[in-house]
Design a protein around this ligand. Structure first.
Ligand code: PLP
Length: 396
């Protein structure tokens, strides 16, 4: 087979696939418009006076069985708020996975605490519980499991480790809305959980996020104060400690409420097509198609396809380029390198290239395909054809 589009052949896909960046891949309609209209007509747009914000927060807290949930301006803001809420700072060590968004690490760094990078499972790229244990010191205060790509971390291993060592658990659910671990929603295991509503997420308000805590006033801090200048507005004008303004607006909450009400349906849209693609790829040599397992459900923030690179004659960058030529918008990996190798982190903390060997290898051993709730079974079939064509061509 020498008809690869990259080598002059015809591409498998000659139309544009849906994208989260516009209405082809997003579901906004009458419900969002109605909620927005009500906010505009009320004249109450801001965090303090908004009513939709309170409705969304109350619904979220009740659905997750937690004491408090607070809307914030981004997932990064949610994670920073969580670290401030737990009063983590100088000398405190926080265990984070080597593969994650910078937003997971930023809050730790901004509070002056030390991110300690833990290696990942080579296939799922979630935190490896054995490596968590290896990194615990007397200074360790918290673990931040990130449920990457929508697949859950092994919470039955992580929670006992945390409890045995008296550590807080902050779950980063930015990519894992409605993901379940052994039937239970992620976010409900740890002390605090954080979500992102940024444009590419399972539900979106353009930007935004949610931080929720099982118990408010952990470490003597109220969650709401940590994103509101630590201003006890209900009492007097003062600032109890250092905290930024990470307010969400009622306009965002209007869209958020409408999106949250249809979240399960949006996620099912992603899952149906992605699981079909995994089914179509199940016999393709050199690939590990992802999906539901006994451990949990996969909600496919994006379609991650781990590869056994020994079986291919080129690296994953060439595979991604060949797929792009076939009409598949894809990247070789989620991160080009583990997050601790980015200069902004590496300059602040002593890191070595091979600190987390699985993470280094995983970034070079996958394909990463954007996914949306509007991908159909037909899209999955076409994507499967393109992936079969490219991966078979380069298979040793
Ligand atoms: C795992 C993870 N954590 C945190 C964030 C930060 O969220 P935001 O972009 O809303 O600040 C993201 C966003 O992509 C993410 O994927």
């Amino acid at each position: 087979m020498s008809d690869l589009a990259m080598l002059g052949g015809s591409p498998v896909i000659s139309y544009r696939l849906p994208t989260v960046n516009d209405s082809t891949g997003r579901t906004f309609g009458a419900e969002e418009l109605q909620e927005l209209r009500e906010v505009i007509e009320s004249g109450r747009l801001g965090f303090i006076c908004g009513t939709k914000i309170k409705e969304l927060q109350n619904l979220w807290a009740a659905d997750h069985g937690v004491e408090t949930a607070i809307c914030v301006s981004s997932g990064t803001a949610a994670l920073h708020t969580a670290i401030n809420f737990l009063n983590l700072g100088r000398e405190d060590e926080v265990l984070v996975p080597a593969i994650t968004d910078m937003g997971t690490v930023l809050g730790v760094m901004l509070q002056g605490a030390v991110p300690v990078f833990v290696d990942v499972d080579p296939i799922t790229q979630n935190m490896d519980p054995d490596d968590i244990e290896r990194h615990i010191t007397p200074r360790t205060k918290a673990i931040m499991p990130v449920h990457l790509y929508g697949y859950p971390c092994d919470m039955d291993r992580i929670m006992p480790i945390a409890r045995a060592h008296g550590l807080y658990v902050v779950e980063d659910c930015a990519q894992a809305h409605t993901t379940r671990y052994k039937g239970r929603l992620v976010g409900t295991f740890g002390d605090v959980a954080c979500y992102s509503f940024q444009q590419s997420k399972h539900m979106t308000t353009g930007d935004g996020g949610m931080v929720m805590a099982k118990k408010d006033c952990l470490c003597g801090r109220k969650l709401i104060h940590c994103q509101d200048k630590a201003w006890p507005r209900e009492l007097y004008r003062d600032h109890l400690f250092l905290a930024p303004n990470y307010h969400f607006t009622d306009l965002q909450a209007a869209v958020g409420l409408a999106q949250y009400r249809k979240l399960e349906q949006l996620v099912e849209g992603r899952r149906t097509s992605a699981l079909h693609l995994s089914h179509l790829l199940q016999d393709l040599p050199g690939t590990y198609p992802q999906g539901d397992t006994q451990m949990g459900t996969h909600t496919f923030f994006e379609y991650d396809l781990p590869l056994d690179m020994e079986q291919f004659s080129v690296d994953n960058k060439v595979l991604a380029d060949a797929l792009k030529a076939e009409g598949v918008p894809c990247s070789p990996s989620y991160l080009p390198k583990p997050i601790y190798m980015y200069d902004v982190v590496a300059k602040a903390y002593p890191v070595t290239l091979n600190m987390c060997p699985n993470a280094v290898k995983a970034c070079a051993s996958m394909l990463y395909i954007p996914w949306t709730e509007k991908h159909t079974l037909q899209h999955a079939e076409d994507l499967s054809k393109a992936i079969h064509k490219v991966l078979s061509y380069y298979h040793r």
